[in-house]
Each structure stands twice: as C-alpha cells, then as structure tokens.
Design a protein around this ligand. Structure first.
Ligand SMILES: Nc1ncnc2c1ncn2[C@@H]1O[C@H](COP(=O)(O)OP(=O)(O)OP(=O)(O)O)[C@@H](O)[C@H]1O
Length: 465
C-alpha cells in the first residue's frame, strides 16, 4: 500500500469514516491522509484536494511533522507507546485558526503492527453568550491551559482556577460549564469577597419566610438556583474562616438548610472556584481551612498572565477593539502593536481592555497610535503604585529588620518590573523555575502586608462584562 491515493478507492473506507459524526481522517505511518469523512472536508479542507497530502501540511501548513516544528506529534506518541493519544492543537480550518481536540487511535494489521491511524477532531469553541464572550488565544501557555479546561470540563470534578486578577478566570469557569454535561442548566456566580457571614448564608442557602426581620417571603438561595448546573465561587480565598466551615459542610454532605428552616435540602451542582490568592500559603498561615482547600482543589488550573502569553496580546487587542468600536472600526498601527507587546499589564486582559477603550475615545481617526495608549506620567505613577512596585534599597534601614518574605516580595516586584515581563530570563537569572517565579510574583502582588501601597490596588468592577 505505497500509494496513499489508492486508499480512496478501497471500498467502504470513506463511508466507514462517515459513521463518525466528528471530523475524522485515516492516515498511514508516513503522515499521509488516506481517507477523510464528510465532516472533515466540510470543516477543515473545503474543496481542497486531500488524499496523499501530509497531515501536518494540511492542518498546520508545516513542511515537517509537528514534533520537528516544536509541537507534540500524536502520531509519534502513538507509535512510541502503542496507545491512543489525545492532544490540543491549533489547526487551519475553513474558519481560520482554531483549537482542535485531536484523538488519534492506532489501526493494526493482522500481525498486530500499527499500519494506520484514525484521527478524530473536535474543534474547541467558546460560545458567544450574553454572559461571556469567546475566549481567545493561540500562545503555548494559553493552549496548555485550554487543554486542561477541556480535560476537566466533561467530568464532574471540582475545579480550582488560579491566576492573577484579569487573566480570565470567570470566562474559564464559563468555558468549563459550557463544555460539561450540565451546559443546558444554570451557571451561577457567587462573588465571595465582601460577603458578611449572615449575607453569605442567606445568599447561598436562601431563607424561609419570617427567618429574620424583613424576610416577608421564602427566598431560594444561589445553591438552589444552580440546581443541575455549575456553582462558581469567585474569589473563594476571600471567604472568612467562620463561613468556610459552612461551605465545607455543603460540599461534604451535599445538603444545606435555608436560614430559618430545619429541613435539609439536597444540593445538585458542579463546583468551580477561583482565586487570585495563594491558597496553599493561606492554609499554612491558618487563614484558609486545609480540609476545605482539599475539597475545592482536586483539579487546579493555573491561568497564565498576559506577560506569559505575549504572543496573544495583539490578537486579543484586535478582538477587544472590534468589540469596543463596533460603530466606528479602529485598527492598531504597527507601532501600537510593538508597543503593546512590550507592556507589563499587571491587570492583565482587563487592563488591556481599559487601555483600548480609553484609546478609542482619544483617537479621532481610524488608526490607534501609541500616544493614544500611553498614560500621562502622573497617572502612570499611580498605576505603578497600585501594582505594588516598590523601590528596593537593600543598603538603607539595615538596622530595622524586615521579614524575609516581605523583602523577597519587594525585591521580586522591583526586579520583575526592570525585566519588563521577560519572566523566562528573570527566572533563569534567579535560579528558579518560571512557574515558581510566577507564583511568587502573584503572591507578592496579592499580599497586602508586603506593600504599604497595596491598599490602593484597584479591585476591578465585575460589571465589565
Ligand atoms: N481569553 C480571553 N479572550 C478574550 N477576552 C478575555 C479572555 N480572558 C479574559 N477576557 C476578558 O478579560 C476581562 C477579565 O476577565 P475575567 O473577569 O474572566 O478575569 P478574572 O481572572 O476572573 O478577574 P478577577 O480575578 O479580577 O475576577 C473580561 O472582560 C473578559 O471578557
């Protein structure tokens, strides 16, 4: 079977693949496409001829197999292990570049040798719903994160989303919901920061008529509203200790009582939590219950900061601009693209969005220039202060001992600023992994006692969506 084109004439192969509703192809060991079903042709190739072409060329436009182009190749993985492989790739499709969940299974001959592969592809999309806009990103850090969301979504496992403010944790929570078996049921957000103990209970569990002054009728809580769907606890790290025990009981027993009632109710929700805080350190410090931490964190997913996915900044900025200036389309000049790619964006996508919104107001013409994006010096000083960037002077005040963790936090924030977001280079020079650096930086930014100015840090409004 040296000529892959001949496979098309093998009776039944194409109609066999047509039995699979998702896009699917048959490939040989030489990466050549031997057959493709109708769904694949419709979604991936349009009218282009396919048979005999290499999968890496059709899917990625590469001249060499994926593993030689810096990506993981499922075919190689399958040959190496003899096992089915699943991976998230970015493919060229009729709609442009798309994330595609690829599953590749070996097809063996009578001697048990792998001769062919069946590749089934599921494009990963985040629907544009009133509550959320589609997520965008093609960088490696983002793709790895999306792959983890895709793994977790179909199961009912509790997911903990970690990452700096504005990295898209709420959108990620919605993505999980939309790709779960509960997608047709409600997605309910509980904004945990700032809730008092009594409010927390009545918001979450609801109350009976007459439970307290003003409770003129029975009010169902958010747990009931989420019945069958997903309960998203945003800023779970902000729940005070006294309330953590109530949440723990709800998660452990799956039951709760309305305020003013003795009758237990059965809850039915999938739990997704998010926080920008370092929960493990809070557990060590005794401000977050360890038992609750283990309950909410069986599947933690770290969302990369914008500085860790610089390749996404310009595509994201273009998408955000489309959303922001629908009536009067704006474009980014080449200089603006360069400028954006060099920025830190401690407030991540939210900050990028704010900058662009401001630029659309300042720009009278069609093209946005860097001058529309930069902040005046006076504002920049405030913005910098609000992100805890403190000058570090290690030689003065030596008679006053500073706790080492505070010293480290201050040093990291200052040095990270000097490195302009190049965390890979900084981590290398500090002799730690990039991930450790990212964690330490996130902690330094979120830990108020490390910085006297932290109290001025903006808590962005949730009304931004
Ligand atoms: N991948 C993405 N593609 C496009 N827009 C995004 C993406 N991720 C986030 N956004 C946008 O960025 C803004 C912040 O996102 P989101 O509120 O989900 O962040 P967050 O991490 O939950 O922030 P916080 O911790 O402050 O609550 C929103 O306007 C959201 O629509």
């Amino acid at each position: 079977m040296s000529d892959p084109r001949s496979y098309s004439s093998l009776p039944g192969i194409s109609s066999l693949l047509d039995a699979i509703s998702a896009p699917a192809i048959l490939m040989d060991r030489d990466y050549r496409i031997c057959a493709a079903n109708r769904a694949y042709r419709e979604h991936f190739s349009g009218n282009e001829a396919l048979l005999g072409r290499h999968c890496y060329e059709v899917s990625h436009g590469y001249q060499v197999p994926c593993d030689q182009a810096g990506e993981t190749c499922p075919l190689q993985g399958c040959l190496r292990t003899g096992q089915r492989q699943r991976i998230l790739h970015i493919h060229n499709t009729c709609q442009g570049k798309e994330h595609v969940d690829v599953e590749l299974s070996p097809v063996r001959n009578d001697d048990g040798q792998i001769e062919f592969f069946v590749e089934i592809m599921a494009p990963v999309r985040t629907p544009d719903t009133p509550g959320s806009r589609p997520m965008l990103g093609f960088s490696q850090a983002y793709t790895e994160m999306l792959a983890m969301l895709g793994r977790a979504a179909p199961s009912d496992i509790s997911v903990l989303l970690l990452g700096e403010s504005g990295t898209g944790k709420e959108l990620a929570a919605r993505h999980i919901h939309q790709h779960s078996a509960r997608a047709n049921k409600p997605f309910v957000t509980v904004e945990c920061s700032g809730l008092t103990e009594s409010l927390f209970e009545s918001e979450l569990f609801g109350h009976e008529k007459g439970a307290f002054t003003g409770a003129t009728q029975r009010k169902p809580g958010l747990v009931e509203a989420a019945r069958g769907g997903t309960l998203f606890l945003d800023e779970v790290g902000d729940i005070p200790l006294a309330m953590q025990v109530k949440l723990l009981r709800l998660i452990e027993t799956g039951s709760y009582r309305l305020v003013g009632s003795v009758t237990p109710q059965q809850a039915d929700f999938r739990l997704v939590c998010a926080t920008h805080r370092q929960l493990t350190q809070m557990v060590e410090a005794g401000t977050f219950r360890q038992d609750l931490y283990y309950r909410i964190s069986p599947f933690p997913i770290l969302l990369p900061s914008l500085a860790e996915r610089r390749a996404d900044i310009v595509p994201l900025a273009r998408r955000l601009l489309q959303q922001l200036s629908q009536d009067r389309p704006r474009v980014l000049s080449a200089a603006s693209c360069d400028w954006l790619e060099q920025q830190q964006f401690p407030g991540n996508i939210r900050e990028l969005r704010n900058r662009l919104e401001r630029a659309t107001i300042l720009c009278d013409d069609r093209e946005i220039e860097p001058r529309h994006l930069t902040l005046p010096n006076s504002l920049r000083t405030t913005a910098q202060a609000s992100h805890n960037i403190q000058p570090v002077n290690l030689t003065t005040g030596i008679d006053q001992a500073m706790p080492l963790d505070q010293l480290e936090a201050r040093y990291l924030l200052a040095i990270a600023h000097q490195f302009g977001g190049d965390n890979a280079r900084l981590a290398k020079q500090l002799g730690i992994s990039e991930r450790t650096l990212y964690r330490k930086l996130a902690n330094a930014r979120s830990n108020p006692q490390d910085s006297p100015d932290a109290a001025t840090a903006d808590k962005p409004s949730s009304a931004e969506h």
